[in-house]
Design a protein around this ligand. Structure first.
Ligand SMILES: Cc1cc2nc3c(=O)[nH]c(=O)nc-3n(C[C@H](O)[C@H](O)[C@H](O)COP(=O)(O)O)c2cc1C
Length: 195
């Protein structure tokens, strides 16, 4: 009763959405990914930073280049997923702050030091990655995010510039036996305190 979002949308985004480990061979189009990005780009970040960078790994040849950098248990599902996205943080995101946060022209200067920039890029790109996963669900698709990977190897193989890979996400329609039984979640009482 407290939520205003349509219950079917609540199920689509959260209650019935699962992390998929197998996929059908129905393709995921660039148009679908663009629609997902054009929705989730409105998710909030600190100072409207937009450090998320996405590399779509589509061709069989590119998947084969990615596979050796994944933990063994993550390989088969990634090679066969309709689409794979590498989500990364751009550590030079501050260059875009004059465009993204124009009412505070000094914003870029706050990130002149590399460690400050790196921390902010990691936090805000992780937020954007979470929005991206929910956006995949909003498109009626399932996501399979993975951090079981050699990210230094992925960075060298796939990323230009000063980008730090955060996770690899398989995207598609869930196939047979796509998920394990749902694991429990912490209750409200375990998580929330009021002072
Ligand atoms: C950031 C992140 C990293 C993950 N890494 C892996 C992984 O390397 N391999 C894997 O099989 N599952 C991975 N998972 C899947 C989680 O185990 C799964 O999302 C979680 O157990 C919830 O499952 P459910 O959505 O089906 O309830 C990862 C999930 C996230 C969000």
């Amino acid at each position: 009763m407290s939520l205003v979002l349509d219950p079917a949308a609540q199920d689509l985004l959260f209650r019935e959405a699962r992390t998929a480990n197998t996929f059908t061979d129905e393709p995921v189009t660039d148009e679908q990914v663009q629609a997902i990005y054009d929705l989730v780009k409105y998710g909030p970040t600190s100072m409207n930073q937009s450090p998320l960078r996405v590399v779509l790994v589509r061709s069989p040849e590119a998947r084969e280049r990615l596979a050796p950098h994944l933990a063994e248990g993550n390989r088969a599902k990634t090679v066969t997923a309709p689409l794979v996205a590498i989500l990364a943080a751009d550590n030079e995101f501050h260059e875009e702050l004059p465009q993204l946060f124009p009412h505070f022209p000094q914003a870029k200067d706050l990130f002149a030091e590399r460690p400050v920039r790196e921390g902010s890029a990691a936090l805000n790109a992780a937020l954007q990655a979470a929005y991206f996963i929910i956006g995949v669900r909003a498109a009626g698709l399932a996501a399979g995010p993975m951090t079981g990977a050699d990210f230094e190897g992925i960075r060298k193989e796939f990323l230009d510039g000063d980008h730090t890979p955060l996770m690899v996400v398989n995207i598609g329609r869930p196939g047979p036996d796509a998920w394990f039984p749902r694991s429990p979640r912490l209750s409200y009482e375990q998580v929330v305190t009021t002072v």
